[in-house]
Design a binder for this molecule. Sequence first.
Ligand code: M6R
Length: 605
Amino acid sequence: MCGIVGYIGKRDVAPLLLEGLQRLEYRGYDSAGVVITGPKATGLKMVKAKGRVRDLEARVPKRFAGTTGIAHTRWATHGAPSDENAHPHLDAENKVAVVHNGIIDNAAELRAKLIADGVTFLSETDTEVLTHLVARSTAEKLEDRVREALRHIEGTYGIAVLHADFNDRIVVARNGSPVVLGIGEKEMFVASDVAALVSHTRQVVTLDDGEMATIKADDYRTYTTEGSRTSAEPTTVEWEAESYDMGGHDTYMHKEIFEQADAVDRVLRGRIDDRFSTVHLGGLNLDAHDARKVRRVKILGCGTSYHAGMIGAQMIEELARIPADAEPASEFRYRNAVVDPDTLYVAVSQSGETYDVLAAVQELKRKGARVFGIVNVVGSAIAREADAGVYVHAGPEVCVVSTKCFTNTTVAFALLALHLGRIRDLSVSDGKRIIAGLRRLPAQIEQMLEREDEIKKLAQEFAEAKSMLFIGRVRGYPVAREASLKLKEVSYIHAEAYPASELKHGPLALIEPALPTVAIVPDDDLLEKNRAALEEIKARSGRILAVAHREQEKADHTIVVPKNEDELDPILMGIPLQLLAYHTALALGRDIDKPRNLAKSVTVE
Ligand code: M6R
């Protein structure tokens, strides 16, 4: 969702900020803006535009020099996408500029008070309230003016503030929305996401909630919103700038699908312990004694991460024989769930920023639960909030539609299930069998991706469908759900996923030649049951695409997937369906990396 980038140094700031905004485009936005100043500049110069960063760039005048600035990509919450509602927001005297990610819950009330005091608002946004509050403060230092303004605010924010009278600094603050400082050589950056920084520096400081910072060209200071100094030490970002490039592919989605063999290799690296046929998960901090006390595992995530969690729950039950289930974090957080001390709660998130997941984690911790994170983005809010966890090491995922991260998360769950299983009753030989299966995954993924042309041809056919049905049974059901989500997100074709076992309890009524069914048919103990479902669909003239380990006679087409161990099969079976969604969307001319109405990180409710 919204993105922030800022710079203070000696370089021409506008091109730097525009490049930073481009790197944040993947998060989803509807308008953008930039404001600059500098030691020689008088006052603030601002340009805003509804639409893409390239629309903003087209409006930037030739003479737009400065060495300090902040910029923003906005995802509308308060007020429609428009030039006026785009950030930054200035006060009446054009002295204070604010960019903001998050939501100010009491904005309406504050706005009414400010209007009663004679303030004129130029936008419908909640953020403008903050600008006027900073402008009205008479404190001596900019930091104190911002602090005073924040005292009135209820809600979430990541902000950057520029002031014409204090043009040697940018003041930033965080509460529930990420803010990262990037440390350069006599220059400093600020952003809401390291993606905007890594082409300039990999030395970063991530602010905590309740923390503020002042950045100057050659210095930074961090402190709490109450004013006490904090010691935020820089860390090195492991992702390189090149990982954010398209690397010869036409879209990030395509690139990320094809990165999966390497990504899986990374999540496995250094974690397998052949001696005891188990794995080491350093970040887990759960000794065997405590692991044996776990009586239940509850997995929470949203969207694709929730589906990865469903697969994870299945693996934990099968390998560790611990009852486990997954639930959308967005539902869990609102149902006043009973929190059980013997349950291990696992929060799953690619971005580590999803608000619904973060809120669920905070609620769980408030109730005394122990929460693990399975997260991709190192140092993200959920990773920091969780008591311990496992990084999935998928590398940056830029496409809004998640692919490689889904796969790596399912592998991370397999590692967790194996770890818990080997502490309990999973035998050495079963441990060995799973490890061998995990090691086969990268090569099997490569093998499957070689079938792209076959899947592309099928996608051309499916692009004509108005709706599609995805079915699977037990291990196959979460695969069907994820494949259905992938298709609808990226191609906008309506798709529904159902347990194959439920067909005759209703969905069979839908079957007709115009409704293609994609069936997940693993070669496991349920093969014959799945075949029976194919028979039922065929008998009603339904068209069937099977994803299976061998040709399915009743299907019109079978995508044959390499067989792994039964428990690990779901990891591989979704991959051809990512390609199917991709090529269907391509055939329909969709905006693949930025599907309509969606954002990469859903940082608001
Ligand atoms: O970053 P997260 O994994 O927490 O994101 C959760 C969902 O918003 C995300 O998986 C969403 O469903 C994607 N667009 C899936 O492709």
